[in-house]
Design a protein around this ligand. Structure first.
Ligand SMILES: Cc1cc2nc3c(=O)[nH]c(=O)nc-3n(C[C@H](O)[C@H](O)[C@H](O)COP(=O)(O)OP(=O)(O)OC[C@H]3O[C@@H](n4cnc5c(N)ncnc54)[C@H](O)[C@@H]3O)c2cc1C
Length: 373
């Protein structure tokens, strides 16, 4: 059953839902100040990592991440096919390495946990790791190879989603929503009032500033800050750069996590801190220093790259760190929020679930468990 839907939010969740809803016959408008150009989605690393993101005690979330990962090949092919734009989807795999003996012990615990969940991950010696990634430091204590953890260029993904939405007839209203009311009704910052049949709230951490949500039954969404760096090969005059890495490298460096995600253009994304600091988005020198130190400890060639960008982003997190997807207690208003560390990975799964929801079809049991109620 097709309807008119206004989506509040133009990050990866709002845009992927907009595209899929539109492809399924809905009349879709995205309401956001800068669709495809802001939010956590713009700064993210783009890892599609159900295995290396598996955390102790979060096996339900891991099952959701695995399901999300399963949809990526079809989603990427459809998006690239319809737009003719590359999104840098790369399935080469991931290696996680340990710097010292204690890091090795932690990785072995993690590997045992990954195996207890039936995940595919292989213990590798330092020599084997360097066989997979020649740029690794000789000083490492080995690691884990995870062939099923992949990546996408999140910025190329957002640009392609905006293009695909445009081709599918999605309208964009570059404005901020200040209030949601019964009807449903959306109130914009300039005072305009909109009355679509359905509203989908996908505003990430921006949710907190929208009035009228007390009656929705939605959980609070808190910002979890992440510092992230973008490095690139030195500029003109240095010849054609040889890419430093051909796959994602994650590392434990004296107990601290770091990752390096290579892009097809030779640049490398280095991340990320995980900080509970409320709304503070300042880029701090200490965090930049720590990320660079940890990255060069496992991949010394980082020293030769240019620092192109140091940024922070706010991961939208619910109290239990799992996403919230479903109808709210306010008639006609649905939500797709709180994707925390894995919103890029979960965008195709979320979009498919939202198509079922708005089509009034039953959603998969895994998704039912994420309903606001
Ligand atoms: C440093 C960092 C690294 C990350 N790395 C990864 C990774 O490797 N893999 C992965 O899967 N995930 C990663 N994530 C997480 C991922 O970025 C998020 O889960 C995801 O981007 C959330 O998408 P979203 O669309 O819900 O929110 P956002 O991308 O934050 O988008 C929110 C949108 O809502 C709009 N908005 C806000 N308020 C309003 C309002 N009042 N009215 C209208 N519009 C509004 C904003 O302008 C924006 O367009 C990372 C996050 C960070 C910060």
């Amino acid at each position: 059953m097709a309807s008119s839907v206004h989506i509040v939010g133009g990050g990866v969740i709002g845009l992927s839902c907009a595209w899929e809803l539109s492809r399924n016959g809905h009349d879709v408008t995205v309401v956001a100040p800068a669709p495809g150009r802001d939010g956590a989605s713009w700064v993210a690393a783009g890892m599609l990592a159900p295995v290396t993101e598996a955390q102790f005690g979060e096996s339900t979330l891991t099952a959701i991440l695995l399901e999300g990962s399963r949809l990526w090949p079809g989603f990427a092919a459809a998006l690239e096919g319809v737009t003719g734009q590359s999104i840098g989807y790369d399935t080469t795999g991931t290696v996680t390495v340990a710097l010292d003996a204690s890091d090795r012990a932690s990785l072995d615990d993690l590997l045992a946990y990954q195996h207890s969940l039936g995940l595919t991950a292989h213990r590798r010696s330092a020599t084997e790791c360097r066989g997979l990634v020649p740029a690794l430091s000789p000083a490492l204590r080995g690691g884990i190879e995870v062939p099923g953890d992949h990546q996408v260029d999140n910025r190329a993904l957002l640009l392609a989603l905006v293009a695909a939405c445009g081709k599918a007839g999605v309208r964009f209203l570059e404005a901020a929503v200040t209030e949601v009311a019964a009807g449903p009704e959306l109130v914009l910052a300039d005072g305009r009032r909109l009355h679509p049949e359905h509203v989908l709230l996908a505003a990430g951490t921006g949710l907190a500033a929208i009035r009228g949500l007390e009656v929705t039954g939605l959980p609070a969404v808190r910002p979890v800050k992440g510092h992230i760096l973008r490095l690139g090969p030195p500029g003109a005059g240095h010849g054609e750069p040889t890419p430093l890495l051909d796959r994602t490298v994650r590392g434990l460096v004296h107990g601290r996590s770091v990752y390096l995600v290579p892009r097809h253009d030779g640049s490398v994304v280095v991340g990320a801190t995980v900080e509970e600091r409320g709304d503070d988005s300042a880029v701090r020198t200490g965090a930049v220093h720590d990320l660079l130190c940890d990255a060069r400890a496992i991949v010394p060639g980082v020293d030769e790259l240019e620092l192109r960008e140091a940024a922070t982003g706010m991961r939208p997190a619910t109290p239990d760190n799992t996403p919230c997807i479903g109808w709210t207690a306010l008639e006609g208003v649905a939500a797709a929020l709180g994707h925390y560390r894995n919103g890029i990975l979960l965008s195709p799964l979320t979009a498919a679930a939202v198509v079922d929801l708005l089509g009034r079809r039953p959603v998969a049991p895994l998704i039912q468990a994420l309903a606001p109620a």
